[in-house]
Design a protein. Structure first.
Length: 209
């Protein structure tokens, strides 16, 4: 004899199956909502805050003006040279003089250093007598001695000496050089110079051309 479920039990079983089915559908829906909801929120945020493009201002111009002045200077150390004169002979001045020439130049080609006295007849004077420029000699950096009898671009005619000419190129527009100046007094042409003290002033001056 086959067993038949009672109508009440059958109805209860059907209710349970329907409930499980609804729970499964609800669970799947909740899972889908859990995934979709954040994406929806992000989408809404992007819609509410669109990306902003760059905005550039106008441009303004500023003019820059700069200048570098040309300079040319000469320094000499020490400022005094002493001679113990020799009647009819030659006396070497001590100490030698260190001459530093410094420049900042533009479109120049040469720097020249000149030495000169105020007059040809009296490079040094004293005791009513003079020592002319022809008896005063100079040399640069150990070279040969030459009398201060040249006519240069600076100083009186016949009372000077061109000490150096420095070529200026793109490599030495701003530079300096240091030289050693030696001096002597040769009284060979004036052996009867009276004893006494003699003083004079030698001027050094540079010129850029």
């Amino acid at each position: 004899m086959s067993r038949k479920k009672l109508p009440g039990l059958q109805k209860f079983a059907n209710c349970r199956r329907m409930r499980r089915s609804m729970l499964r559908r609800t669970s799947r829906s909740s899972a889908r909502i859990g995934i979709v909801a954040p994406l929806l929120v992000l989408f809404l945020l992007l819609l509410g805050h669109p990306a902003l493009g760059q905005v550039n201002s106008n441009t303004v111009s500023i003019t820059l003006n700069a200048s570098l002045a040309e300079t040319l200077t000469v320094a000499a150390t020490p400022a005094t040279v002493t001679f113990t004169l020799v009647a009819g002979g030659t006396a070497i001045g001590t100490p030698t003089v260190t001459v530093t020439t410094t420049w900042v130049l533009g479109s120049r080609t040469n720097v020249n250093l000149f030495g000169y006295f105020a007059t040809t007849t009296a490079a040094l004077t004293g005791s009513g007598n003079n020592i002319p420029t022809s008896e005063v000699l100079g040399q640069l950096n150990g070279g040969g001695y030459s009398a201060f009898t040249a006519t240069g671009a600076l100083g009186p005619a016949g009372a000077g000496l061109d000490l150096f000419t420095q070529a200026i190129t793109s490599a030495n527009k701003s530079a300096n050089r240091s030289d050693t100046l030696g001096l002597e007094i040769n009284l060979t042409a004036q052996p009867q110079l009276p004893a006494g003290s003699y003083t004079g002033t030698l001027t050094l001056q540079a010129q850029a051309t």
